[in-house]
Design a protein around this ligand. Structure first.
Ligand code: COD
Ligand code: ATP
Length: 206
């Protein structure tokens, strides 16, 4: 049985918000933060912090990829790294090994900090690879955002300019929808409008 530390120590619920690329997790997470006063951590954003100059992780990334992934100001060009790793599973694994321990430590520290502050009822961890990185062990519940593949692709092409090939590559590195849903305590469908997400959140946050 998975460890349920969120409920053991006080009433703050830790919820993992999972779903494949482009399902709308960040959209849901932003609503939860802005309209439902939840505390939200977006794993992608914490991963980006690990790429900032001055961190140990930045130094390791420069060793792994070389100077050619750096912008003129020495920051990491994430688009270049993205093109390299999603077409090369070994490189992606090496990058994960650098970034994931940083993100895990950050998230665990934040759970304790926010729990101690005692101001939030809900702490959400938003990640496309929540199960793969083992965060279900710190979650009281797992929510999965589910969206039809064609809609995901359309939204990702429009908003990020991803090609179908890029989407295929990223999807291939993530757990399939059926398997992911087997971990879900709750499922949120995001094929429609933002209003429809809000209606579901009203029912889920009980
Ligand atoms: C490859 C990188 C540089 C691309 O950065 P960029 O700003 O262009 O995109 P962003 O970080 O927003 O990621 C876009 C989407 O790609 C998918 N994705 C990102 N990392 C991974 C991964 N390791 N495995 C599978 N899918 C991933 C997610 O759906 C994510 O939302 C960045 O995602 C990264 O460093 N990934 C490896 C570390 C990681 O796993 N981060 C995410 C959770 S900690
Ligand atoms: N219900 C919706 N209606 C219209 N656009 C939406 C809706 N939900 C999400 N989108 C758009 O789809 C795109 C992908 O959504 P979002 O970034 O939230 O996905 P994600 O699951 O967080 O992806 P990733 O795994 O890459 O972080 C964004 O441009 C977002 O604005």
């Amino acid at each position: 049985m998975r460890e349920r530390i969120g409920m053991k120590q006080n009433k703050m619920k830790v919820i993992g918000l999972a779903g494949g690329v482009g399902t709308g997790k960040s959209t849901v997470a932003t609503l939860l933060e802005k309209e439902y006063a939840a505390f939200v951590i977006m794993a992608d954003k914490i991963g980006h912090l690990a790429m900032e100059p001055g961190t140990d992780t930045y130094e390791k990334i420069v060793v792994l990829f070389g100077q050619e992934v750096l912008n003129e100001d020495k920051t990491v060009d994430r688009k270049k790294v993205s093109d390299l790793v999603f077409s090369n599973p070994v490189l992606l694994q090496q990058l994960n090994q650098i970034i994931h321990p940083f993100v895990e430590q950050f998230i665990k520290n934040e759970i304790e900090r926010i729990r101690k502050a005692g101001k939030y009822s809900y702490f959400f961890i938003e990640s496309a690879i929540l199960i793969e990185t083992g965060y279900q062990s710190v979650c009281d519940e797992i929510w999965v955002v589910q969206t039809e593949e064609l809609i995901r692709r359309k939204r990702l092409k429009q908003s990020r300019g991803y090609s179908d090939e890029k989407i295929d590559e990223i999807m291939a590195k993530q757990m399939g929808e059926k398997e992911l849903c087997s971990y879900a305590d709750k499922i949120l469908i995001n094929n429609g409008s933002i209003e429809e997400i809000k209606e579901q959140l009203e029912n889920l946050l009980v």
